[in-house]
Write a protein that binds this ligand. Structure first.
Ligand code: SF4
Length: 145
């Protein structure tokens, strides 16, 4: 695997810093984690023209890059504020999982990790999977004193 150009690296660092700020997340306390993900994103910018998430396996990268879902910041980040690459995390290095649907791999691996800045990020929160609708409230009960 080659090295991305300084130009692509600079572009992705700028994006990552800006998105962390906007989403109320921080970089991992181990700088090598962040550096590896930013480098992977920069490699994809050069290879595909888009910052496809570097932490997944794709059968067809070109086809995947045409879809929006794994272009950084991916759908999971924009909807649930969860970054499985650990690029956008809390100050303690943990990924935010509290908004993920139950049964999601992130919840299985990390448990419930709360969001310290719930007022920031999740631009696509309206797309979050809705939990099973609760049984409708009994109207009669509501009318009782
Ligand atoms: S998981 Fe999403 S937000 Fe995190 S690096 Fe990959 S594409 Fe970006």
């Amino acid at each position: 695997m080659g090295e991305p150009s300084q130009d692509s690296l600079d572009k992705m660092w700028k994006f990552a810093k800006g998105f962390a700020e906007k989403s109320g997340t921080t970089f991992h306390p181990t700088p090598a984690v962040t550096e590896a993900v930013v480098k992977g994103l920069a490699m994809h910018v050069e290879e595909l023209g888009k910052p496809l998430c570097p932490c997944n396996f794709y059968k067809d990268k070109q086809a995947e890059a045409k879809l929006r879902r794994w272009i950084c910041a991916c759908d999971e980040m924009q909807i649930y504020k969860y970054c499985h690459c650990l690029l956008f995390v809390r100050e303690d290095g943990m990924p935010i999982t509290e908004y993920l649907p139950e049964g999601h791999e992130g919840r299985e691996v990390y448990g419930v990790i709360t969001d310290p800045t719930p007022d920031k990020g999740r631009a696509l929160r309206h797309k979050a999977a809705q939990p099973e609708a609760a049984a409708p409230a009994n109207q009669d009960d509501q009318r009782k004193p």
